[in-house]
Ligand binder design. Structure first.
Ligand code: FE2
Length: 275
């Protein structure tokens, strides 16, 4: 099986360690594993034994069975086999920023062909080219957060699509052609027959948010399959908002992250070691 996750074992333990405010030395003392071995695991130059996975998981408050499945590359999500609501179409547009893939999304009402563009992938022309090739009518731009790989090129996208942009009220504001429209948790925006609900998922950024329509959520960098985004603002808020606002949704709900493969609520409940 090709290993396709955005985050591997090393990323996950480094994120959990930083999130808890621990040094490598502190994890070593607590877990009984040598610091140099932990550093090598974080840098992917050492594969952990099952015993090491258990000790690290216990120290970092991660689920050891779920963490072990990722360490041994024996799980990846099967979201592509999940059928989502036929009233909605999701198109993933992947571009590269600094060599790393990032996803923007088109959320399309299949009845009216009206669409929301979610994030810029810092490649507005790639998005414009895709829209030109399909029969849709983009009505607005939504930003999950303001990091450059998700929001750069916004002005060019606004120019080309002649659309307003919506972003969470707590998020730093990228340059825009118009006054940005501000969102808060629970706000609903209509696109065709779709009602797109804003869900707070802060912690990676101050006003990071997710967009929920029918059985689909675009989650930005709040959650990756089997992992979470970097908790640059608050690890506690990131984990609690993902738990409360994403993992509480119906199990078949498909989650589309800003990086890596799509997943589902059920896959994440069963396999994400942070929860
Ligand atoms: Fe980000």
């Amino acid at each position: 099986m090709a290993f396709i996750l955005e985050d591997e074992f090393g990323d996950i333990i480094a994120k959990a360690r930083r999130g808890l405010g621990l040094t490598v030395g502190q994890v070593a003392t607590e877990s009984g594993i040598e610091a140099k071995d932990i550093s090598q695991m974080e840098n992917y130059t050492k594969k952990p034994s099952r015993d090491e996975v258990d000790k690290i998981a216990s120290t970092l408050q991660l689920d050891s069975n779920k963490l072990n499945a990722i360490a041994t590359e024996s799980w990846s999500p099967k979201a592509t086999e999940t059928k989502y609501d036929p009233s909605l179409e999701v198109i993933t547009i992947t571009a590269k920023v600094g060599g790393y893939p990032v996803h923007a999304y088109l959320l399309i009402c299949t009845k009216t062909r009206e669409a929301a563009v979610i994030d810029t992938a810092a490649n507005p022309q790639t998005i414009i080219d895709r829209i030109d090739k399909i029969n849709i009518n983009p009505k607005l731009i939504l930003l999950t957060h303001a990091h450059g790989d998700h929001a750069n090129g916004l002005q060019d996208l606004e120019d080309a699509l002649n659309c307003p942009t919506w972003i969470h009220a707590n998020e730093p504001k990228p340059r825009s052609q118009n006054d940005l429209q501000l969102l808060r948790h629970g706000d609903i925006i209509s696109v065709g027959n779709l009602k797109i609900k804003t869900l707070d998922t802060p912690g990676h950024t101050p006003g990071g948010c997710s967009f929920y329509a029918r059985s689909t959520v675009i989650v930005g960098d709040a959650l990756f399959a089997g992992s979470v985004g970097n908790a640059s603002i608050s690890y506690e808020k990131l984990l609690s908002s993902v738990q409360e606002n994403l993992l509480s949704l119906p199990k078949h709900t498909v989650l589309f992250p800003g990086h890596g493969p799509a997943t589902t609520v059920e896959e994440e409940i069963n396999h994400n070691p942070f929860f």
